[in-house]
Every structure is written in structure tokens, then in C-alpha cells.
Design a protein. Sequence first.
Length: 333
Amino acid sequence: MRKLLLAVAAAALVLAPAAVLAQSPIVIKFSHVVANDTPKGKGALKFKELAEKYTDGKVRIEVYPNSSLYKDKEEIEALQLGSVQMLAPSTAKFAPLGVKEFEALDLPWLFKDDETYASAMKGTVGKWLFQKLEAKGITGLAYWDNGFHMVSSNRPLTKPSDFQGLKFRISGSKIADQYFRLMGSIPQIMAFSEVYQALQTGVVDGCENTPSNYLTQKFFEVQKDITVSYHAHLQYAVIVNSKFWSGLPPDIRTQLEKAMADATDYTNSIARKENEDALAEIKKSGKTTLHYLTDADRKAWQEAMQPTYKWAKGRVGQEVLDLVAKELDVKMN
């Protein structure tokens, strides 16, 4: 009897790890570079909540905000290597992969409003761009909105001549590089996590970003002037490692797709109000002066930046420009 009990106990010890393994949730590491209290940050947390709910705990989402896991220069390579499973980079980050077509979305004055942007990304343009990522081992799941860019410095920026000689941080888009150069300024690529210190110490004179990012990253505290220009749009692509995604059990993947669809609706629905609230908070702080473009100012900016459209053909290719032009009914030259 004693030998039998020992045998049963030994078998239990051998089988225990397998049993534990069978019950262990699938872990998805979701890394991003902004704060939790931004549209993207809240979207990631909403996805975590819904994914864990819809899968009955079979999946656990670990969210790493504020570049706590990877900086934006490192994260896409980490995704391809499988070190992280999910990201939500700005669409400007895909050019180093060889998918420059995404930069067409950075063209200045491209989207007239949030509705126009949303329609384009749900339609032909958004789907076509995601297909370009498949060859890189990346699957696109959704586009998340973060509204329109403002621009800041330590002097008012209302006319193109105000930009002359100033250094501006950009996220990496060559389209943004081009329109800042056309305004007479000097663009510099820099990781998002480094921007506050660079503004504070004068490494760069200014930057462009959305109101929610200006507020949560405290950029407004080290910039005396912000122009509510809304000259370009900031959007994120929620992406996943294709090998990991296709290897999930079909029922789990279906539940995660539903969670992502619902989280996307939530994120995009709050983006506009988040930016409006952030702008009000910045104004209330009294730490920076907000400037608004007159019709004449806006026209001068548009005319100064217009050559970006012609230049873009050599950068992103005619095919995507034709798609965007048709979808948005805009002229590319």
C-alpha cells in the first residue's frame, strides 16, 4: 500500500506542471509609448478588460505604457522577434520596415475632420495599407484615432516665417520632415520618451503633437506658445505578430477580434473629447499661450506646405496617393 501511495504521489508531481500549464492563460504583452490617460492608453486598457472578459480569463493582457518595455525605435523589431506580441505605433513608424506608403497619412491638411479620417481608415485605404504589413510578419488589427496636431515653441507660430531656423522634433515621418523644412525649420527625429527633456533643455525648440499628448507628457509646461493649428493628423495602427496571431486557437482569436473591435469603437469615440478636455486643461494652467490661425494664416500655411504633395510621389508612390485622392476627393498636385 505504501509503495502504491508513493507511486501515486510521484505521478501527481510529474503531472502537476502539465495541469498547471493547461490552465495557464495566454499572455499578450501590449507595449506602447504614451501615458495611460490618453486615448491610446485608455484604449489599451479597455482592450485588456474586454479581452480577458470575452475569453473568460484564458488570455491575460499585460499593458506596458510610457515606453516602459520598449522605446518607439525598438518596439517594431521586438514585435517581429516575438519579444512583444502587440503594439500601437503611429503609422509614421512603418517606413523603416520598407512600408513607406503609410506616410501618405501624414500629408498636411489631408483630413478635413475626424469623420473623413474615420471613413478612410475603415475603407479601401486602411485595408490596403494593412496588406502591406503581412510580408513583414505583422498583422494589422485596427486604426486608433488621436486627433489633429498642434505645434509649439517658445515663440508664437502663426506665420510660416515664424518657423525660420527652429528645430522641431518629429516622430520619423519623411512627410513631416518635408513640410517642416518647407516652413523654414529644421526637423529632428527623436524618441517620444525623450521629447520632454529635449524641449526643457533646448535640444529642440518645439514639436508637433495632439492636445492629449501635450497635456499628459507635460510638454506644455516647457513650451511658452502652442498654436492650435490642426495641420496634420495623428493615428495609430494596432498590430500583432502574425505568427503568434495565426497560432492562437480559432475561438480565442475570434474573441480577441471582438474585444479589439469594441475597444477600437471606444477609443475612437473618446479621442475628440479627450483632446478637447486636454486643450481646456492646458489653457486653464496658464503656463502656455494658445494661438489660433486666422483664415489668412491658415491659407499661408497651406500654400507653404503644398509642395509636400508633389514631393510625396517619390517617397510613398503613386498608387497610395491615387487611393487617398479618390477616397478623400483631394488633389495631390
